[in-house]
Design a protein around this ligand. Structure first.
Ligand SMILES: [Zn+2]
Length: 137
């Protein structure tokens, strides 16, 4: 989809533009999120929030794996074209991810916490899970 702010040809199903950081307000289908929720519960993680939103953007799931808060972006990939490198949060997407995590921690009054950013990709037939997708720049 084209980013409405900068016109960048952003990846389908992202929560925000990876070029300028503009949040996309597109709702994800409940069936897709339900399937992801089952997958997450199957990992034994506790789901704290589903479709958490603030002025700067949205996170599909916020979970807890032991003492780590995990922010999860659900992406639907029917063509199977999203390899691990396309899941990395770099640049503006990285900045937005960190900002959202900080907002969430502030809203919960948790000043410091270990956080991680994961992506769960659903293809037509399978679910793939990429851990720790935050880029370094
Ligand atoms: Zn943009």
């Amino acid at each position: 989809m084209k980013c409405p702010k900068c016109g960048f040809d952003a990846q389908e199903d992202r929560n925000w533009c990876e070029f300028c950081g503009e949040p996309f307000r597109k709702e994800k289908p409940a069936s897709q999120l339900n399937q992801a929720a089952k997958f997450i519960e199957g990992l034994g993680w506790k789901i704290l929030e589903r479709e958490w939103k603030c002025a700067e953007g949205a996170v599909d799931f916020i979970c807890r794996e032991n003492d780590v808060l995990v922010f999860i972006d659900i992406r639907f990939d029917p063509s199977g074209s999203l390899g691990p490198s396309k899941c990395v949060l770099d640049g503006a997407a990285r900045a937005v991810a960190l900002k959202l995590a900080r907002k969430f921690l502030e809203s919960r009054n948790v000043p410091t916490h270990k956080v991680r950013f994961d992506v769960i990709i659903q293809t037509e037939t399978a679910t793939r899970h990429h851990r720790d997708v935050l880029g370094t720049k």
